[in-house]
Ligand binder design. Sequence first.
Ligand code: HEM
Length: 300
Amino acid sequence: MLNSVLHMFFATLETSLFVIGGISAWYILRKRHSDFFALSFKIVLAIAIAVTPLQLYIGHLSGEQVYHYQPTKLAAMEAQWETIPAGESPSWSAIALPNDNAEQNDWEISIPGLLSYILEIKPQLSEPVLGLKEYAPEDRPHQIGLIYYAFRIMIAIGFILAGLMALTVLQWLRGKLAAENIAQQRWLLRAWMFAAPLGYIAVESGWIVRCVGRQPWTVYGEIRTVDAASQIPASNVLTSLSIFAIVYSILFVFALYFASRIIRTGPNFDLPVPGEEVTEELDTTPAEHLPNSRPVEAQQ
Ligand code: HEM
């Protein structure tokens, strides 16, 4: 439970960091407000140094948890049809073509000995990895390819973002991120722009792994989704779902439009900094042409 909350918390943080980093990179490349965005870029980087590796580690802990408590989800994430006994050192499937009907992977590229390291950072499995075939079709998830690739996309993005952070820190240490020379790091800044939407894709993939991978259960092993489904007629659900889809699509288009307009306009440095008091200076010098005029304070 704690792992899931932390994994989600760091997912939102990491996604936001790379969006701000990508926007900062865009301004720096266009040489607009370079000082300001070189600073925001470095603030993002300083936080990403902690967040990106932590997210990988917490992701690993989530995987370990699934291995111990949700074996059908793990089998789907790994497209594992046959059981692997404890004590073995199995290979990790890197790319495969899972075939739900034939209950096998039509082809596969795997890396020997890696699965037990991925699951437990150990050379051998402490528990068996139960294969999908151990369960009746109605007791295990379907769409194995979707779960398998969603998991790999999430992991790949986790490593891409951590790698980008490490490369950028290296350039920072070499003094290449100073306000006067940061714009020369064109390939690096472009990579940050490319990375801006990746966090969202990882979040969606993680959600697929968690929720499609959990089927046919709403609460794993306790309540089936079919029993948890409401009694409302399907046509009503379809109507409300369609309305939600339409409203949120419109909101999404407006959000994109206004966000891109704000970004194109750029920050207005003439506005007061939020929270900073705007005090009008009072002219306290006596007006010499008025008789007996006194400073403002003295009159109060
Ligand atoms: C090595 C990298 C990663 C690993 C091993 C990993 C592992 C996992 C696992 C096993 C789950 C399913 C947990 C469950 O069903 O209980 C999960 C879910 C999730 N992951 Fe990852 N993950 C990684 C990277 C990332 C990254 C980079 C992000 C986003 C920036 C991310 C976002 C999510 C989200 C949003 C969920 C769904 C959480 C929920 O619905 O509560 N993951 N991850």
